[in-house]
Ligand binder design. Structure first.
Ligand code: M6R
Length: 672
């Protein structure tokens, strides 16, 4: 079979000609130090797309990558199989760089081939260069591979391959997989395997993944097998989209939602082979396997900006609907709260004597709010832990511990590892997640999905509010099953929750002053946030948003802690955002925060006060007053967080930053 590879600089190499042999003889290019350093690192969390069908694949893959760019945007690349040629293009930087490079190339079939794979990368190590961008070609140019994850035994494999004369072009572990796959396919062919075409490629992939350790999703195309993409998954996400005469692969469904809403979630350690007319799933041992079929109940427009300047603004605006959707159908006719998947008995929940919440970032802040609600309603201890710290301090867990893992993506590695630690200790695990079929809910004993729809902006907004709603529901569910709340009490809280979307719509309609304030604050060097009780996590969340989007120094404090140190930060004009509890709740709490506002004002702070409508007394302490609708104390974060999201978004925009893709971050943090 004849074939050729065209690299990112547009050069073309015939697959039957000798690049492999030439490379065998060439001297190893990377130094040992670089090699060792690389093998000790955790490299990627990336977006992956694959397509086979009869349409030009390039545009379909690029559109998919655009939707996945939130997963990483350090570099991007594609490989298209056309007429026994693999054509690749890859560029450091955002997808736009790749598109520009593609636009400058013409007439070589890259735009017309109907089999393609594409990748968008987030690197934690190894420069985000053209050379390290995916796809990676095997030395003989026959196969192209893209990868999300970490090949942990990369160092050993690389040394083995180098001993056979393979010269590595990049600093990545992925390149190993490309060389191995080509070698396995070649070995099968040379051994006279009865397999041919796509089946031969799938068998090569099976042999390859059986040599890999670590976490990976791999997608590969072979120059000799146009019309097929093979993929493998271990500890890294991969879904299949089933089309009519065409099929898709992607890290998440948003990549192919405009083409099909029928999807299959792959299980752990599975290989999938897609051709235009078939989807074949097997396990790593070669036995037939099945994935879990599901219908995607949101559409392509949900993954587009819909007229907003940024996804983040769109997602902020979607919050009322996201809350309403998360509440939909949660109360059964008998007044009981309904979770999505429950592999726990009521007795298991009655036996719970301690709750741990594990999460990261914004989800951790949701957990902090949940602690107040769960303890208040259930009178059982509830601890909130950063997932990245949880397992290292050897927490005391047993069968009667309920661990609640909160994650928008369902793939956050810190949370996943903490969850696995909890399961090893026999604790019950309940997930709150926004991503159907992702790893965290799959490995949990029960799941409550937040029906927030896709969250594309890196900064979490609607995920946070829907996580809060989910936490409230779980707190109520536990209280009901444990017999500490009556059904009508639970229904009253749910009823109040159901009114929050309307309140939130009103609030969102009154954010013009916050926007003006944001423009004014864009040059501040520090912004501080204070709150008490559930207002404390809101303060932390406000500060996190500002840090990640505006790259400003921002800190959140428990208001009572100010006088124990942080108050020294306050200088003339320092902006301090103060989250004031409802005067209708525990009055003493609100009065204490008002005292704290006076303390910071006395030291020159410029106060931005978020308080409940009708709390007129607070106005005299506020340089800027932001009023939010009246809400019961425990539910107040559903309102008070929103102005802080808008403040951060608008300050970032005023400072000229990329609001949806802040520097150094990725949406799904699949490394520890
Ligand atoms: O997908 P997860 O909810 O598990 O993600 C957790 C954090 O990485 C995430 O909330 C992060 O802090 C956000 N970028 C904050 O806006």
């Amino acid at each position: 079979m004849s074939g050729a590879a065209v690299t990112c600089d547009g050069s073309r190499a015939m697959a039957t000609e000798p690049p492999f042999n030439q490379l065998c003889c060439a001297k190893v290019r990377l130094s040992r130090t670089c090699h060792e350093r690389k093998s000790a690192t955790l490299p990627f969390m990336c977006g992956i797309v694959g397509y086979v069908g009869s349409r030009p694949a390039l545009q379909i893959v690029l559109d998919g990558l655009r939707r996945l760019e939130y997963r990483g945007y350090d570099s991007a690349g594609v490989a298209v199989v056309d007429d026994n040629v693999i054509l690749t293009e890859k560029r450091a930087g955002k997808l736009a760089n790749l598109e520009k490079a593609l636009g400058e190339r013409a007439g070589d079939g890259i735009a017309s081939g109907s089999t393609a794979i594409g990748h968008t990368r987030w690197a934690t190590h190894g420069g985000p260069t053209d050379r390290n961008a995916h796809p990676h070609l095997s030395a003989d140019g026959r196969v192209a591979v893209i990868h999300n994850g970490i090949i942990e035994n990369f160092g050993r494999l690389r040394a083995e391959l180098e001993a056979t004369g393979v010269e590595f072009i990049s600093d990545t572990d992925t390149e190993c997989a490309a060389h191995l796959l080509a070698a396995e396919v070649r070995a099968l062919r040379e051994a006279g395997s009865e397999l041919a075409g796509p089946q031969l490629l799938a068998e090569g992939m099976r042999r390859t993944v059986n040599r890999l350790e670590g976490a990976f999703t791999l997608l590969a195309t072979d120059v000799a097998v146009p019309g097929a993409v093979v993929a493998a998954r271990r500890n890294s996400p991969l879904v299949v989209g089933r089309g009519e005469g065409e099929n898709f692969l992607a890290s998440d469904v948003s990549a192919f939602i405009e083409h099909t809403r029928e999807a299959i979630e792959l299980g752990q350690d599975q290989i999938v082979l897609i051709t235009p007319g078939a989807i074949e799933i097997t396990d790593f041992a070669g036995a037939d396997a099945t994935g879990k079929e599901f219908h995607i109940d949101w559409d392509a427009s949900a993954a587009e900006k819909g007229g907003y300047d940024y996804f983040m603004l769109k997602e902020i605006a979607e919050q009322p609907q996201a809350i309403a959707d998360t509440l939909l159908g949660r109360l059964s006719e008998r007044g009981e709260i309904v979770l999505d998947e429950v592999r726990l008995t009521d007795q298991d929940l009655r036996d719970v004597d301690k709750v741990f919440i594990i999460a990261c970032g914004t989800a951790y802040h949701a957990g902090m709010v949940a602690k107040y609600a769960i303890e208040h309603w259930n009178r059982i201890p509830c601890e909130v832990e950063l997932a990245s710290e949880f397992r290292y301090r050897d927490p005391v867990l047993d069968r009667s511990t309920l661990v609640i893992a909160i994650s928008q993506s369902g793939e956050t590695m810190d949370t996943l590892m903490a969850l696995r630690h909890a399961k090893e200790q026999k604790a019950r695990v309940l997930a709150i997640c926004n991503t159907n079929g992702s790893t965290i809910p799959r490995e949990s004993d029960a799941v409550l999905y937040t029906h927030g729809g896709p969250e594309i902006a890196v900064a979490s907004t609607k995920a946070f509010l829907t996580q809060l709603v989910a936490c409230y529901l779980i707190g109520l569910h536990l209280a009901q099953i444990r017999g500490v709340m009556y059904a009508d009490e639970v229904a009253a809280v749910v009823d109040r929750l159901r009114r929050t979307p309307d309140d939130l719509r009103d609030l969102l309609g009154q954010m013009e002053d916050v926007r003006a304030l944001a423009r004014d604050l864009r040059t501040a060097s520090t912004v501080l946030f204070i709150g008490r009780h559930v207002g404390f996590p809101v303060a932390l969340e406000g500060a996190l948003k500002l840090k990640e989007l505006a790259y400003m120094h921002a800190e959140g404090f428990a208001a009572g802690e100010l006088k124990h140190g942080p108050i020294a930060l306050i200088d003339e004009g320092t902006p301090v955002v103060c989250v004031v509890p409802s005067p209708a709740g525990r009055g003493v709490l609100r009065d204490k925060v008002v005292s704290n506002i006076q303390e910071v004002r006395a030291r020159g702070a410029r106060t931005i006060v978020i308080a409940e409508e009708g709390d007129n007394a607070v106005a005299s302490y506020a340089d800027h007053l932001i009023s939010v609708p009246r809400t019961p104390t425990l539910l107040a974060p559903l309102m008070t967080t929103v102005p802080l999201q808008i403040l951060a978004c608008e300050i970032a925009a005023a400072r000229g930053h990329d609001v949806d893709q802040p520097r150094n971050l990725a949406k799904s943090v699949t490394v520890e």
